[in-house]
Design a protein around this ligand. Structure first.
Ligand code: HEC
Ligand code: HEC
Ligand code: HEC
Ligand code: HEC
Ligand code: HEC
Length: 289
């Protein structure tokens, strides 16, 4: 039988196979990038809210605390969006005629809630809980960014699975004292800016996190704090103090330990806050129940 296709068409066929392969790969890469792009994750997008509420004005400007409006963030899975009543605490008196506040007044008069557009919205099949994150020392800013500097709210991080897992695989790098969770400007300790923490031990019925006390001022410079310091038992290297030459400890058995890096502080808090292992925290059932 005569050859139907000559050599050149054979090469052409091979070429088009290779080309098809390349196109499929390129398409895959593009889709993958699209999947991670801000267009899909909605990162950085400002929604057209009924009222252009500014966190910058209310938090940085007026000094309001997050809990003033997001009242349930420490004790439930939801942080919650404040009811109109919270706004009226002030806006019954200030800016009472401003046109941009008309939807607030309408809501107050009719009892209909302000139809805020959700900015952060995980799919329903993902379980998330604010309470545990906040009570184990993850600050609002770690997940939401510098909210105090946002004239309009936007989503700082992707909230994709990879983002959650990145932290769950190594939470120590993000742990801070629970007393600092609302601090928008918190930064990791350094040798110039150390943090001192003391563990008050275990008190039945009190969450462990609340028995850890961290401060940013040297307890040795503070007579009251210094008095609270237990005698050095020669545990920390480089310090020659012994039980005999240390001042006698007063009732509270708190011993402040000094931390000069996130590495050290993170490891300490990991233990104190009883954070599960990376393996446990990465298992599917944690977030998909
Ligand atoms: C005066 C009240 C008020 C204070 C104080 C306040 N917020 Fe809000 N927050 C709101 C309102 C109202 C919304 C809904 C409108 C919007 O998205 O801007 C909101 C929305 C948010 C959202 C997005 C919610 C969503 O739809 O996904 C986050 C995150 C948030 N706030 C974090 C914070 C943090 C962190 C602080 C403290 C630094 C804070 N807020 C302080 C009133 C407040
Ligand atoms: C503690 C008092 C207080 C509360 C609570 C409060 N506001 Fe305000 N708000 C102010 C003051 C004061 C200004 C004027 C700020 C300025 O000019 O810097 C203001 C300004 C505004 C403005 C004008 C634009 C701007 O940001 O300057 C809007 C819109 C607004 N508030 C919406 C709200 C909404 C919505 C709520 C409820 C979620 C709310 N406010 C709760 C005190 C408050
Ligand atoms: C570990 C990351 C993380 C931390 C820490 C965190 N949030 Fe959130 N926040 C989220 C995620 C994820 C959502 C979206 C939840 C959803 O869609 O179910 C969210 C949603 C919100 C919302 C929208 C309403 C709601 O409850 O879903 C507000 C308001 C909010 N966060 C405020 C705060 C405040 C205030 C803090 C600090 C006290 C804080 N968040 C700490 C990740 C975090
Ligand atoms: C910056 C760090 C960080 C990020 C980001 C983060 N988590 Fe966590 N998550 C933690 C820590 C720390 C714990 C507490 C672990 C423990 O107590 O053992 C935790 C615990 C949890 C738990 C366990 C709750 C329980 O009651 O058992 C769930 C569920 C969870 N995270 C879901 C998520 C989801 C979903 C996301 C992403 C949208 C996310 N987390 C992002 C640090 C983080
Ligand atoms: C720390 C929380 C967390 C853990 C642990 C986790 N996931 Fe997810 N997963 C998420 C979040 C958040 C999303 C939503 C992503 C989005 O909206 O793009 C998601 C989405 C998914 C999806 C939907 C497809 C996609 O990628 O968007 C699948 C499938 C999935 N997860 C499977 C798993 C499996 C299998 C495991 C265990 C190996 C696992 N997940 C562990 C948080 C988690």
């Amino acid at each position: 039988m005569a050859q139907i296709f000559d050599r050149s068409s054979n090469a052409l066929a091979r070429m088009s196979l290779v080309l098809t392969g390349l196109i499929v790969i390129a398409l895959g890469v593009t889709l993958d990038q699209l999947q991670r792009s801000p267009w899909v994750t909605r990162q950085g997008q400002r929604a057209e809210q009924p009222v252009p509420f500014s966190h910058k004005h209310h938090v940085e400007g007026l000094g309001l605390q997050c809990q003033y409006c997001h009242t349930s963030v420490e004790k439930s899975s939801y942080a919650g969006i404040p009811p109109t009543r919270t706004c009226m605490n002030c806006h019954a008196q200030i800016w009472t005629n401003a046109a941009i506040l008309e939807p607030v007044r309408h809501s107050w008069a009719t009892g209909e809630s302000i139809p805020w557009i959700r900015i952060h919205d995980l799919p329903d099949y993902v379980y998330f809980n604010h309470e545990i994150h906040v009570n184990k020392g993850i600050g609002c800013a770690t997940c939401h960014g510098r909210v105090d500097q946002m004239p309009l709210m936007y989503q700082q991080n992707s909230l994709q699975m990879e983002w959650c897992l990145n932290c769950h695989r190594n939470p120590a790098v993000n742990l801070r004292p629970t007393s600092e969770i609302y601090n928008m400007a918190w930064s990791a300790p350094t040798s110039e800016k150390p943090v001192w923490c003391a563990s008050g031990g275990v008190t039945p019925g009190v969450p462990t996190a609340q028995t850890v006390n961290c401060i940013t001022a040297d307890p040795a410079q503070n007579p009251e704090m210094a008095a609270m310091q237990a005698p050095e038992m020669g545990l920390s290297p480089g310090k020659a103090a012994t039980a005999s030459d240390a001042p006698p400890a007063i009732a509270i058995p708190a011993k402040y330990e000094k931390f000069t890096s996130q590495q050290q502080l993170g490891q300490f808090l990991l233990v104190q806050y009883h954070v599960r292992t990376p393996n446990e925290l990465s298992s599917c059932e944690v977030c998909h129940r």
